[in-house]
Every structure is written in structure tokens, then in C-alpha cells.
Design a binder for this molecule. Structure first.
Ligand code: NAP
Ligand code: GLV
Length: 273
């Protein structure tokens, strides 16, 4: 342990970091770092660098586009029709009247916002600090959340998991959206209050949800989400990066740590992301 200067990790066991007295840096191979930050014995003043990488970003956007378009182009209704051998052309929806809200306008949220905008969807984004992004209606802070949600037919969660964002996908949030909206959670399972989602689906406040992340992973076999007709589930695969892409930012971070050069994508431990 005395020789270790850099650690590459995502979900380290609690208390492990303090066993390395000469640690210069922690490199997270995940974009979300909440599992590293939850360690109360995390050494102070050791920087945490997280992975930011174009393949990771564009795969996340692909997933979101797929989920948005499935909802927008009535894929679920047509699936039901096909099962019943029922031929019924539905009116085609207007892209310009399907506002998409993105919670989190960071690396991943901003990319999804720009690509959805290119397809003609009106986009609203919400962040912690004020933003000015061309063609995106930007909102920030708790006071502007409901205003942001008020027109969102689709809500995408791309927030980091912090004490401020835990449980943010709840009854109040769903009620602030127009009735019949659609939820896409690709951030963390703990953002979602599961019982509030089931209630919103039952009441018709939400018409469906696409979930990639869960408070317990793997999702237990007995979980009601598995068989819910309005929920689409994927096993935390919205995005991943391949070895050929992620080695470069990791090697770069190790080099910067070794040579005392400024690090990129350093986590702000106080803010939690
Ligand atoms: P990021 O660049 O750090 O962006 C985070 C965004 O969230 C920023 O816009 C930030 O606002 C905003 N935010 C943070 N706290 C907030 C608060 N209290 N209120 C409002 N906005 C807040 O993160 P990222 O790289 O885009 O990744 C986002 C998350 O995606 C990760 O943390 C991870 O949990 C998740 N993820 C999931 C997968 C998957 O496969 N499902 C893969 C990768 C990542 P500011 O801009 O004002 O700072
Ligand atoms: C995956 O969920 C990540 O945070 O990279």
C-alpha cells in the first residue's frame, strides 16, 4: 500500500483509501462519483478525477434519443396494436409541441439537449448554477424547478446523486409536469421515489417511464417494475465506454498526477460531483 500513488476505481469498499498513505489521486472510471465520496475516511486533499470521454457521452445521447423517440412516435401503442392484430393509424405527433426537460446540463445533459434540439424538440434544461445555451431554455436552482417542469412532456434525469438531488423524481415533480408525461431516468436509482412513480402511472399523471438505473442493482426479481406494462427497463447500460477509449483519459490523469500538472475533470468534493 505504501507504493500506491493512484487508484482507479468506481465503487470502492468503505475505508479503503486511508490504507494508502502516499495516495496522490483517485481516478473514477465512472462519470458518477457518489460511491467514492460516501467514504467518511476519504483522505482530504487527494483529488478525484472522473471519466469524461466522447464515446461515453454519445452513447448516453443515443439511449436518450431512442427512449424519447419511442415515446414520441407512439411505439408502445403500436406494439399493443400489433399484438392484437389491430390496424389503426394514429395522428402523427408534432415534434415542436413535445417539450423535453433535462435535469442536469453537465457533460451528458448538454450533449443530449443539443442533439434533441437538432431534431426539432423544444428543450428546457435545469442546473444548479445559471446557464446560457443557445436554443435551450435554461432554468436553475430549486426555485425554478417547477417552472421548468411546467411544459415538459418528457423528463430526462441526468443529475449526479447528491443530498440535494436524492429523491428528486417524486410526486411533486411529476405533478408539476403536464398530465400524461414520460420519465427517462438514466442517472441513479436513488433519484427516484419508486412508490411515487407507480402512483403517477396509476393515476395517468405519467404515461410511462424508461429506467436504466435502480436503487438496488441488479433489480430484484420480485420487483414490481419488471412486469409493469408502462415501464421499460434496461440493466444500467445507457452508456459505457470501451477500453480503447477510456485508457487515454486515465493515462493522461496518471501522467498529470506524476508530473504535478493540472488535472482535468476534477470532482468538487463539497458539491458532490
Ligand atoms: P456533470 O457534468 O457533473 O453534470 C451534472 C449536472 O447536474 C450539472 O449541470 C449540474 O449543474 C447539475 N446539478 C448538480 N446538482 C444539482 C442540483 N442540486 N440542482 C440542479 N442541478 C444540479 O455530470 P455528467 O457527466 O453529465 O453525468 C451526470 C450523471 O449521469 C452522473 O453523475 C451519473 O450519475 C449518471 N450516469 C449514468 C450512466 C448510465 O449508464 N446510466 C452513465 C454515466 C453517468 P451545474 O452545471 O450548475 O454545476
Ligand atoms: C455510470 O453509471 C457512470 O457513472 O459512469
Amino acid at each position: 500500500p505504501e507504493k500506491i500513488e493512484a487508484i482507479l476505481t468506481w465503487k470502492p469498499p468503505l475505508g479503503i483509501m486511508e490504507k494508502f498513505p502516499h495516495l496522490k489521486g483517485i481516478i473514477s472510471f465512472g462519470a458518477g462519483v457518489e460511491e467514492i465520496l460516501r467514504d467518511p475516511q476519504l483522505p482530504q486533499n487527494v483529488p478525484i478525477v472522473r471519466i469524461v470521454e466522447p464515446c461515453l457521452t454519445s452513447r448516453m445521447t443515443e439511449y436518450i434519443l431512442l427512449a424519447v423517440l419511442r415515446f414520441h412516435r407512439q411505439a408502445f401503442q403500436y406494439q399493443t396494436f400489433q399484438k392484437a392484430r389491430h390496424w389503426e393509424p394514429l395522428p402523427l405527433p408534432e415534434t415542436s409541441s413535445c417539450t423535453i426537460g433535462i435535469l442536469g446540463l453537465g457533460v451528458l445533459g448538454a450533449d443530449a439537449a443539443m442533439k434533441l434540439k437538432t431534431l426539432g424538440f423544444p428543450i428546457r434544461g435545469w442546473s444548479r448554477t445559471p446557464k446560457n445555451i443557445d436554443g435551450i431554455e435554461c432554468f436553475y436552482g430549486p426555485d425554478q424547478l417547477k417552472l421548468c417542469l411546467s411544459k415538459c412532456r418528457v423528463l430526462v434525469c441526468l443529475l449526479p446523486l447528491t443530498p440535494e438531488t436524492e429523491g428528486i423524481l417524486n410526486r411533486e415533480t411529476f405533478s408539476a409536469m403536464p398530465k400524461g408525461g414520460y420519465l427517462i431516468n438514466v442517472a441513479r436509482g436513488q433519484h427516484l421515489v419508486e412508490t411515487d412513480l407507480l402512483e403517477a402511472l396509476d393515476s395517468g399523471q405519467l404515461s410511462g417511464a424508461c429506467l436504466d438505473v435502480f436503487s438496488r442493482e441488479p433489480l430484484p426479481e420480485s420487483h414490481p417494475f419488471w412486469s409493469h406494462p408502462q415501464i421499460t427497463i434496461t440493466p444500467h447500460v445507457a452508456t459505457q465506454t470501451d477500453n480503447e477509449y477510456w485508457t487515454e483519459p486515465i493515462v493522461d490523469a496518471i501522467r498529470c498526477l506524476r508530473d504535478g500538472l493540472p488535472l482535468k475533470n476534477v470532482v468538487n468534493c463539497e458539491q458532490g460531483y
